[in-house]
Design a protein around this ligand. Sequence first.
Ligand code: NAD
Ligand code: UD1
Length: 325
Amino acid sequence: MARFLVTGGAGFIGSHLVDALAGAGAKVRVLDDLSTGRRENLPAAARLIVGDVADPGTVRAAMAGVDGCFHLAAIASVARAAEDWLGTHRVNLGGTIAVLDAARARGVPVVYASSAAVYGDCPDQPITETAPTRPLSAYGADKLGGELHAAVAARVFGVANVGLRFFNVYGPRQDPGSPYSGVISIFAGQLRRGEPVEVFGDGGQTRDFVAVADVVAALRAAMGRIGPGDAAGRITTPAVPQALVFNVCTGIATSIRALAAELAALEGGTAVIREGPARPGDIRHSVGCPDAARAALGLGPPMPLRAGLAGVRAWLDAGLRLERT
Ligand code: NAD
Ligand code: UD1
């Protein structure tokens, strides 16, 4: 039975990964400070360590005896990084270095969450992994810093690792009540409450929305490249440690206005749109090329946006039913 550490495992993406790993029979340990994550997101089979990913002693202890580490803990918001530059840097880059350092000490392969935010405003869309990286946010700069340290970790310290540049991930458990959450959950919540949706700027900016189930598949396939290949514990670590980086995306552009219309149609109406000021440093277009990840990780076709949004709606429905009982 393979044993995994998932940092940030009580969060949105992390908890879906924990469900999948535990469901496949793996032993899962989670390190999370529960700042945005929730204990209730975790299945009973997972062991939760409440602690700070930027604390080296905590991370080393959490990594003892595992076969692979998925590193997802971060302050996952461009806006929060703008408000608290140094505080988010401590967690987002400091936490990644703490994980790589513990992995070096314990000989553990690492799959970690990077972001499309490393690219900034890229003139060539869809964006391939070889495009220049020019982040437009402190958040993106720290994600890029994490990739640079991961490359050193492989080349110099022998830590096999894969970084996944997630584009805009959405799905059940993404908090509709937080202004720092993803746009899909925010809009879905506003439409549910019968409120207008607030579009920052003209709404012509585009994003590549990828369903959380597809992200979980990519995370598990990436671990299969460098570490325990499956829940039965087959180890496939290559002789020469690699530092690989892939986009996790669909290749499909959706404007923020089109997204609002699509969500409103699911509710059987039309969206009332309020235009707010553009967000400082907001990327105009962000659509990724999924081909390299598909080829290297053997991924299937992505979930269509409409089906994924219906899943979000069903999850919100279930939550409302629970609140009423
Ligand atoms: P999330 O906020 O739901 O999950 C992050 C988790 O990390 C939370 O459970 C939180 O409590 C935990 N955490 C935060 N600071 C911590 C600390 N100091 N110590 C321990 N735990 C800490 O966000 P998410 O959307 O699930 O993001 C997961 C990862 O994916 C992050 O690294 C994020 O940057 C990255 N990512 C997310 C998206 C997206 O669209 N959601 C896109 C690109 C990259
Ligand atoms: C998101 C992720 C980030 C990830 C990046 C990768 C979240 C919270 N952030 O950042 O972790 O690294 O993708 O591409 O998931 N918008 C509105 N109204 C709102 C909220 C947002 O118009 O109420 C607009 C924003 O201005 C932006 C777009 O929607 O243009 C997406 O915003 P958001 O969901 O915050 O994600 P990103 O900033 O793209």
